[in-house]
Design a protein around this ligand. Structure first.
Ligand SMILES: Nc1nc2c(c(=O)[nH]1)N=C([C@H](O)[C@H](O)COP(=O)(O)OP(=O)(O)OP(=O)(O)O)CN2
Length: 254
């Protein structure tokens, strides 16, 4: 895949790329797939929008900076679209509760994901109803461009493209509770990331995993920690259906 950098016009906004000190920690990625279904749960109608969130974890990334390529998880959506979406789940799965659907999908994923992804499969959980968006105090959005080097020819993420990024600071596993975003991080994202070509901003291929680790390193290197004095975990979401998180070891409860 030719480097799209050679095709770029010079950008007046381009800044020097930087690396933050590397912390030791765990990378987690999440893929969300929503579907609409009817079901009965404990004798009561539980029809709803249902969102399945599959997570995968790794201590080390594979090139170009992935837990596993989101593209390799496409079969998860295909399975849900084919088997669960716009169905009466009472006719499809034995246990129609949230946990029953999550168990069905975990069993499916453990048997059917490509090898590299299957080995990194962590969990599947199910959420119901419209998902709340994080409020402004607990999130930062910015828009920027990037491309990913080292992908097979024809991979759409090898082309220069843009995302509406969402950055949050989860307080623990699951990402349900979010910590307020320090003003310093907000300022960094506004001045150093928004509107930029991210390949020129961080010293590595700007995958979501690398961006999350870079921002966690940036916070830690400036002594910015949570109310308990622990380094922040950082989650970066490129699209509505994907996110990547870096959790420094010092944050994991003993
Ligand atoms: N592990 C990672 N895999 C991929 C990343 C990444 O940062 N980490 N990034 C990309 C691309 O930038 C791409 O734009 C996003 O991935 P994609 O699978 O296309 O996600 P979508 O939400 O757009 O997918 P749909 O399921 O089609 O909605 C690729 N991989």
């Amino acid at each position: 895949m030719p480097n799209p950098e050679t095709l770029l016009r010079p950008s007046p906004q381009a800044g020097a790329s930087s690396r933050e000190p590397r912390q030791v920690g765990t990378y987690t990625i999440g893929k969300l797939v929503g579907f609409d279904a009817a079901r009965t749960v404990l004798g009561i109608d539980g029809s709803d929008l249902i969102t399945a969130e599959m997570t995968l974890t790794a201590r080390e990334l594979t090139a170009p900076g992935f837990v596993t390529d989101f593209g390799d998880l496409a079969a998860f959506r295909t399975h849900i679209d084919g088997v669960l979406d716009h169905r009466d789940l009472d006719q499809v799965v034995v246990d129609t509760s949230d946990q029953g659907i999550a168990d069905h999908l975990h069993t499916w994923a453990a048997a059917n994901l490509p090898d590299g992804a299957r080995e990194r499969l962590h969990a599947v959980r199910v959420l119901t109803g419209r998902l709340p968006r994080p409020d402004e105090a607990h999130s930062v959005q910015f828009s920027a461009r990037h491309w990913l080097d080292g992908l097979p020819d024809g991979h759409r993420c090898g082309r220069q493209h843009g995302h509406a990024y969402l950055v949050t600071l989860p307080s623990g596993p699951g990402g349900n509770r979010l910590l307020p975003v320090p003003g310093e991080l907000r300022a960094l994202l506004a001045s150093g990331f928004a509107g930029k070509i991210l390949n020129r901003v961080i010293g590595v291929t700007p995958t979501s995993e690398h961006l999350a680790a870079h921002l966690a390193g940036w916070l830690a290197s400036r002594g910015l920690v949570d109310a308990q004095g622990r380094p922040f975990a950082v989650r970066v979401s490129e699209t509505e259906s994907t996110w990547a998180e870096f959790t420094p070891d010092a944050r994991v409860p003993a």
